[in-house]
Design a protein around this ligand. Sequence first.
Ligand code: UGC
Ligand code: NI
Length: 183
Amino acid sequence: MMQLPITPLTQENFAPFGDLIDWRQAEHFLINAGTTQRFHCLAEVNTGAEDGRAIISIFRKPQADSLPLRVTLLERHPQGSQAFIPLNAQPFFILVAPATEGSKPDLHQLKLFLSDGQQGVNYAAGVWHHPLIALQDGDCFLVVDRQGDLANCDEYTLEAHLELWIPALSASTDTLCVHDSNA
Ligand SMILES: NC(=O)N[C@@H](O)C(=O)O
Ligand code: NI
């Protein structure tokens, strides 16, 4: 049984996976005659090679993910970054693993973060992540990622013997329990 703590979501802790988008942990300067704080360039959009261009979308999950959630799939976008910014100020889980050269993530380097609903993230190109996990029905997210003709989504399905669960928040929220029935 491998237990993973929920890692505090800070710029430093998330740096191996991309950028934290949290104005409370960032510098700013004043604009508009001093009436507005600009938290400038919290993340950059990587649209990769060739015809890549940045697009802005809204992701809405009419039905929230129920917890505990069994993780069966991770994915990556090799051609560009992908940012998720919560619009309803609701907490949401972020499950990531570092980018790898090969076709599978290193599950021993999985990290589970929990946004407090004010924090967004920008996955760097190639970083393995779980598809959006929403904890409230109807949650909406602003998503900035790449549009282009190149294939840009590799999926990895976890081996059936490996049980990896994201815990219910009411339960112990300090560990992500991983059970390996082959262990
Ligand atoms: N497929 C898609 O647009 N969404 C995923 O990439 C995701 O990370 O949720
Ligand atoms: Ni994605």
